[in-house]
Design a protein around this ligand. Structure first.
Ligand code: NI
Ligand code: MN
Length: 221
């Protein structure tokens, strides 16, 4: 299975199903892929309604008939409500798991803000692997429960850019709680306000493997 960091918080998972998380491409200065260059999507997971995460959800959902999995109230966003008839929306909530075939998406808490519903993260189970995407979040000690209840985590995408989310030292503390096999830092260096030193993050994670990717690079699981 190939998992590509497209840039910012956008992650593309190509396994037995194709899943994108937080498909922010068009206005993303670091996006390594265009909407047109994306493969056919089966699922779009959206962590919260902020533009740098919701991004091109509507266009992609309409294009591919992909299921949009997100917090229930995301459907009340004007962009979603307007396209209601054309979008296959799966509303869920924190703590729950949406299962279909070999896929499971568990919604995890995130300490952040949102206008429509609460912000969230996801643990995506696909092809026998578990991928945690934290969404936008501050550090919180219940991350240890995420590892306990939904783990073990094979790959974690964690924000490190600070200002809107955890910064480098905090993200390293998150890694201690999550104990993932592999970590990829995200949500940094997109704009001046969230500049961060990914190599410093890597150093702070000690024994845990950290793969500092450039936008467009992928890991294999
Ligand atoms: Ni946000
Ligand atoms: Mn964000």
């Amino acid at each position: 299975m190939k998992i590509t960091w497209i840039g910012h918080a956008a992650v593309l998972v190509e396994g037995s199903k194709t899943v994108i998380i937080d498909p922010f491409l068009k206005n993303n200065p670091k996006a390594a892929r265009t909407v047109e260059s994306l493969p056919h999507l089966d699922y779009i997971l959206v962590t919260h309604d902020h533009g740098d995460h919701f991004g091109d959800t509507v266009e992609l959902a309409e294009r591919d008939g992909a299921k949009v999995v997100a917090i229930y109230e995301l459907s009340e966003m004007p962009a979603m409500a307007q396209a209601k008839e054309k979008i296959n929306f799966v509303g869920m909530n924190i703590g729950g798991t949406y299962r279909e075939g070999e896929i499971a998406a568990s919604m995890t808490p995130a300490i952040h803000s949102a206008t429509h519903g609460a912000p969230a993260g996801f643990v995506l189970s696909i092809d026998g692997k578990k991928i945690y995407h934290a969404g936008d979040t501050a550090l919180f000690s219940d991350m240890s429960l995420i590892a306990k209840s939904f783990g073990p985590i094979d790959l974690a995408f964690l924000p490190i850019g600070g200002h809107f989310t955890m910064d480098v030292p905090q993200a390293a503390m998150a890694v201690e709680m999550l104990k993932p096999k592999l970590v990829v830092p995200i949500h940094y260096n997109t704009w001046p306000m969230i500049m961060a030193d990914a190599e410093d993050f890597k150093k702070r994670c000690g024994q845990v493997s950290v793969n500092v990717l450039s936008p467009g690079e992928a890991v294999e699981l």
